[in-house]
Design a binder for this molecule. Sequence first.
Ligand code: NAP
Length: 308
Amino acid sequence: MINVLFAARPERWSTYEAPLKTAFAARGLTVDLRQEFAPQDVDYIVYAPNSPLQDFRPYTRCKAVLNLWAGVEKIVGNETLSQPLCRMVDPGLTQSMVEWVAGHVLRYHLQIDRCLACQDRWEPFVPPLAEERRVAILGLGALGQACADTLCHLGFNVSGWARTAKDIPPVSCHHGPEGLREVLSTADIVVLLLPDTPETLNILNAESLSWLPAGARIINPGRGPLIDDSALIAALDSGQVAQATLDVFRVEPLPAGHPYWAHPQVTVTPHIAAETRPITAARVIAENIDRGEAGAPFLHEVDRSRGY
Ligand code: NAP
C-alpha cells in the first residue's frame, strides 16, 4: 500500500479525489489517498503551495512532493523541504495556455479592438499576414514551446528566448542576457512564459522595454514580478508599448485602485490563462508515483538551485 497525502486547500479534494483514484487504478497502483495521515507514514505528497502544510520535516519517509501547479516560486525556497519536488506539466494545462496565448496574439494581430471600436462606420483596412508579424516568446519550456509550435503553425514569425541554447526550427532561438536584446528588438508582440526566479525579476524594465520597436504589445501569462509595473505604465503612456494583456500580478487578486485597472491600453485577466486540469494532471501524478516506486527518475523534477 502506497500512502499518498493530498495537501491542497480542502475545497480542492472533491475536484481531485476521483481523478486521482482513477489514475492510480489505471496504473495498477494500490494507493491509500487521504487528506490526513501521521506524517511519518506518508510516501508521497500531492501538493498545492497554498496548502496549510508548510513544514515538511516530519514527513521522514516521503519520496517526493508532487506539485499541482506549474509555478513553484512559493515552495522552491522552503528550507524544510529535503524531498524531491516535481512541478506540474499537464497536457490539459498546456493546451489551455496555448489557446489563451493564441487568442490574445490573434486579437492584437487582427486588430480586433479596432473593429470593435468601429461598429458605427465602414472603415476597411487590411491586417498584415501572420508571417509579417513577429512574435517573441520569453521562456521556451513546456508552455513556451507549445505556444511557439501553435503560433508557427498559424504562420507567425516566431522567435524565442531561454536560459540555455535551443534548436527548435522554425523558431529563431536566442539565449542568455545578450540574446534578450536581440529577441526584443525585433518583436511586435512579446509573450512572457518565464518562471519567477531572482534572475527573471523585472526582466521587462525601463531599459529592456526601450529595446522594443515602438508600438509593441506585451502579453504576460507568466508571473507578475517578470514586469517592472511602473516601467510598463510609463512605456504605455509614451506609446513605446501600445497595449498589454496581463493575466498575472505581484499581488493577486489585483488590488482595487491599481493603475492597471483603469489604464485604457491594459487588459487585465484574473489569472485564468492555464488552470491545472484534474483528469490529465492526475495521470501525470500517477505516472510519477509509478516511477518513484520503480526507482526511476521523476518527471519534471525542479532544480532547486535554479529555482524552476
Ligand atoms: P518551464 O518548462 O520550467 O520553462 C521555463 C523556461 O524559462 C525555460 O525555457 C527556461 O530556460 C526559461 N528561463 C528560466 N530562467 C531563465 C532566465 N534567467 N533567462 C532566460 N530564460 C529563462 O516552465 P513552463 O511549464 O513552461 O511554465 C512557465 C511559467 O508559466 C511557470 O513558471 C508559471 O510561472 C507560468 N504559468 C502561468 C499560468 C497561468 O495560468 N497564468 C499557468 C501555468 C504556468 P531553459 O529552457 O534554458 O531552462
